[in-house]
Design a protein around this ligand. Structure first.
Ligand SMILES: [Zn+2]
Length: 354
């Protein structure tokens, strides 16, 4: 049975916890090439104080697994580098180290894992701090983009175009499954032959999907949602900018940042609904919408092109046309990029670049 000296209460598992963030950032805590480390030995580990210095992960490499100092053959993809007081190193599988060193190893591993976790989060925190002006500036620019207001304006004008009578029905469709069902009264031949039942019945004659339903859906406008996102984003950035933030708070705020990123993306998807709605060429969504209007009692609506637009000639005060402006765009691509940059976990980023 291998042996590590029992931890003195003040030393074991406290090596990494005394390091500052800057020290953690300048220390290598992971390796994918553990055999290249200096002072590496395959001899039986000495009986002296030790620490978990690094974690190794070699999964997927051609050379295969790492030789374990206890198992004495290559049988680990993941493990740790132990460094002993006299300066030598040993490569050990995690489970093996736990088996041989027991509670002492648990303390050492916990100390190390906490440091590695913190290092990852601090790295992200620094990234955010380095770019916080960009993030908040781009957020403000996105919110101020005229297209954000235009989304609400197009929706308002569509409501006017459709009319107050039909609008609630359209919103229900958009909030629901998006099916534009058209039913017409048709002759019931069976009833005519037998003389029983109704002479005419309603039957499904058209069934298509409302394209760009997000434009019609109820709920806050894009501008309102972006205002709310900006408020929370400002809070997250302010927290990350503070000194001495605990690892838990760092993690929580970086998770929030990733959530906010998804919310910004969702608003960009919503904004794309304007393009989808008014795209008449692909699948003829606009044409189907116009015929749905006609089937619901709104006559005189046609679809014109260049650009695709709804045209209502049946107005008492002349005609009404509806389409987005040629300047309509989806803002915030730069914001998404910088936010994505700062929310990818460093460990994943390192793996991705290899
Ligand atoms: Zn082993």
């Amino acid at each position: 049975m291998e042996y590590l000296p029992p931890p003195s209460k003040s030393s074991a598992g406290t090596y990494w916890s005394t390091k500052t963030d800057d020290e953690l950032l300048s220390t290598q805590l992971t390796t994918d090439d553990p055999e290249s480390l200096e002072d590496l030995s395959e001899d039986q580990p000495p009986i002296e104080e030790a620490l978990v210095e690094m974690a190794y992960n070699v999964s997927g490499r051609e050379r295969g697994m790492v030789r374990c100092v206890f198992c004495k053959h290559p049988n680990h993809f993941n493990g740790v580098v132990m460094r002993y007081k006299s300066g030598t190193r040993r490569l050990v599988g995690r489970d093996c180290a736990g088996k041989h060193y027991g509670v002492t190893f648990d303390l050492l591993a916990r100390d190390f894992d906490a440091a590695r976790d913190r290092r990852d989060y601090v790295e992200q925190q620094r990234l955010v701090m380095a770019r916080d002006r960009d993030i908040l500036g781009m957020m403000a620019a996105m919110r101020a983009d005229p297209s954000v207001a235009e989304f609400g304006e197009v929706r308002r004008r569509l409501r006017e175009f459709v009319g107050e009578k039909l609008w609630p029905k359209l919103v229900r469709i958009a909030d629901g499954d998006g099916r534009l069902v058209v039913e017409r009264r048709v002759v019931n031949y069976a009833a005519m032959e037998t003389g029983r039942g109704r002479q005419s019945v309603f039957a499904l004659v058209g069934d298509s999907y409302l394209r760009g339903a997000e434009l019609v859906r109820s709920g806050p406008t894009v501008a309102e949602r972006l205002r709310d996102i900006e408020e929370r984003l400002t809070g997250v950035v302010a927290t990350l900018r503070r000194d001495g933030v605990s690892t838990g708070t760092l993690r929580q705020n970086i998770v929030m940042l990733a959530d906010l990123l998804r919310e910004v993306e969702r608003e960009r998807v919503r904004m794309r609904a304007v393009n989808t709605f008014f795209d008449g060429s692909n699948g003829g969504g606009l044409g189907k919408f116009a015929s749905w209007l006609a089937d619901n009692g709104k006559q005189g609506v046609s679809v014109l092109s260049l650009p695709y637009r709804l045209y209502d000639q049946g107005r008492s005060n002349g005609h009404l046309e509806l389409c987005p402006s040629p300047h309509y765009r989806i803002p915030g691509a730069d914001l998404i990029e910088v936010m994505r940059d700062t929310t990818v976990r460093p460990s994943k980023r390192r793996k991705a670049t290899r």
